[in-house]
Design a protein around this ligand. Structure first.
Ligand code: FE2
Length: 254
């Protein structure tokens, strides 16, 4: 099974062409299944102890080798309930197998809630992701430099601008010069309830610049490799006009 250690490995070796399978569980939770079958789950959720419920159903029994929580809020921290006795990762640290490398870079939660939040880098199948949790947009430059350039950013956004304004979301997401931005943490029928006070993302999508292509994925799973990513633009300012990919969340609904 998995190994937990620090240092460099051969994650890219021999697995780039296969890509990596990514499943949107719902809310801020995604599952990566690496070419060596290592399964990495980020931000399993649960309802709050007090106050209105946020979720239609309990978090599904997703088995994982590594369970990561970006920060200690109920809608991101249910790692203790993940079956299969996964390795747990919170705060900072690294997890690596021959098929996947996960690095948690400590940063800070958005808004007035000053608490730690990790930027979680996932590298597998020749693709580099960063899952931002509920991170702030006015980040520590050293932390963002530690993440570096990525292919895909998962970022919290919704039409209520619950955590950040849309401009702030864009500032955070594009700090990593991604080729693709994946929205998360929004009202999702069958998964996230209206009592969460979150809203959907249709107004945000409509507000995006005209040159940003929006792609709606069919289903909650996609195998991502260089072949399906938009081409990296060769620009002197190293900026990329990212696409936005919206997952279908049928996994958690079904
Ligand atoms: Fe959250």
């Amino acid at each position: 099974m998995s190994a937990l250690f620090s240092g460099t490995g051969n994650v890219e070796q021999g697995i780039g062409a296969q890509g990596v399978e990514v499943t949107y569980i719902g809310h801020a939770s995604f599952l990566w299944t690496a070419p060596d079958d290592t399964r990495v789950l980020i931000d399993p959720y649960q309802d709050p102890d007090e106050g209105p419920p946020w979720f239609e159903k309990d978090f599904p029994p997703v088995v994982a080798d590594l369970a990561v929580s970006t920060h200690d809020h109920f809608d991101h921290n249910a790692v203790g309930k993940v079956p299969g006795f996964p390795v747990l990762l919170t705060g900072s640290g690294e997890f690596e197998t021959p098929g996947i490398r996960v690095t948690a870079v400590p940063e800070v939660h958005a808004g007035k809630c000053v608490m730690p939040n990790s930027l979680v880098v996932v590298e597998a199948g020749g693709v580099k992701f960063v899952h931002c949790g509920d991170n702030r947009f006015d980040f520590n430059l050293e932390a963002v430099a530690a993440v570096g350039q990525v292919d895909i950013v998962m970022v919290a956004v919704d039409d209520s601008q619950h955590l950040m304004s849309w401009d702030e979301v864009w500032q955070l997401a594009t700090a990593f010069s991604p080729r693709v931005i994946v929205p998360m943490h929004y009202l999702l029928p069958g998964v996230v309830k209206a009592s969460s006070t979150l809203l959907g993302i249709e107004n945000w999508l409509a507000s995006l610049p005209d040159d940003v292509a929006v792609r709606r994925l069919e289903g909650p799973e996609i195998t991502i490799s260089e072949d399906v990513l938009p081409l990296r633009q060769e620009r002197l300012d190293s900026r990329q006009t990212p696409e936005v990919w919206v997952f279908d969340s049928a996994f958690a609904i079904g």
